[in-house]
Design a protein around this ligand. Structure first.
Ligand code: TIU
Length: 220
């Protein structure tokens, strides 16, 4: 019998061979003090609750042989791929300016890299993206198509920004997306709640909402 993820608004059947775990932007810049998230005026402690559940789902995916993909938001050192409209927005420190973990949201800097708790292992593609959505100006769709992926388990930060932008992009490209709600984090608890409700409303208009325990159990 085909396995299913327990989820809302209803269970989602999946095939591990055509399923990928997409870990969105679990970078120091968003989940540790001194990065882009804090520069925007946010308390990064609010998103750190996602780390433990993400570790659980990541371990389950690796054990099941499910494809794992990581993304990082950031820009070239010369900022030639950062639209002026993005560059000028911020709170205290702006993209490209120096911070305690290197230049804010710049590729190759310490703050831009993925946190040690969720660090990629050999064979896991890392997608460097200039925007909020992981499909915009990246080869993510090509990689997923090449592997015949149909179902995406989407984790990471932040829920209402890069996670659900990516889910909306993926949904329009024909992927079925499921978000474990404890594996995503927002600096705004009310946005987290609303963003997840929007995904699963109207009979899974964008996708499904589940949790780390249910995803891990289905992959076991
Ligand atoms: N600001 C915010 O909530 N998020 C971002 O800028 N990027 C991601 O969500 N990765």
């Amino acid at each position: 019998m085909q396995p299913s993820f327990q989820a809302e608004p209803f269970a989602l059947p999946f095939d591990p061979a055509t399923t990928a775990l997409v870990m969105i932007d679990m970078q120091r810049d968003f989940v540790e003090p001194g990065g882009f998230g804090e520069a925007l005026g946010n308390d990064v402690n609010l998103v750190r609750s996602a780390i433990g559940p993400c570790q659980q789902v990541l371990a389950a995916a690796r054990a099941a042989g499910v494809m794992v993909i990581h993304t990082r938001e950031g820009h070239r050192a010369d900022l030639t791929d950062c639209p002026p409209a993005k560059l000028t927005r911020g709170g205290k420190t702006f993209i490209g300016e120096p911070g305690p973990m290197g230049r804010i949201l710049v590729r190759g800097e310490k703050g831009h890299d993925i946190i040690p708790e969720l660090y990629p292992v050999a064979g896991e593609p890392v997608i460097d993206k200039p925007g909020k959505g992981a499909f915009y100006q990246t080869d993510l769709h090509l990689i997923l198509q090449t592997r015949g992926i149909k179902t995406l388990v989407v984790c990471g930060v932040t829920t209402e920004v890069c996670v659900t932008t990516t889910v909306r992009e993926a949904n329009d490209r024909g992927y079925e997306c499921i978000i474990p709600q404890d594996c995503v984090g927002s600096y705004f608890p009310e946005f987290q709640k609303s963003a997840l409700e929007m995904i699963k409303a109207q009979g899974a208009i964008f996708g499904w909402v589940s949790n780390a325990a249910a995803i891990s159990a289905a992959l076991a």
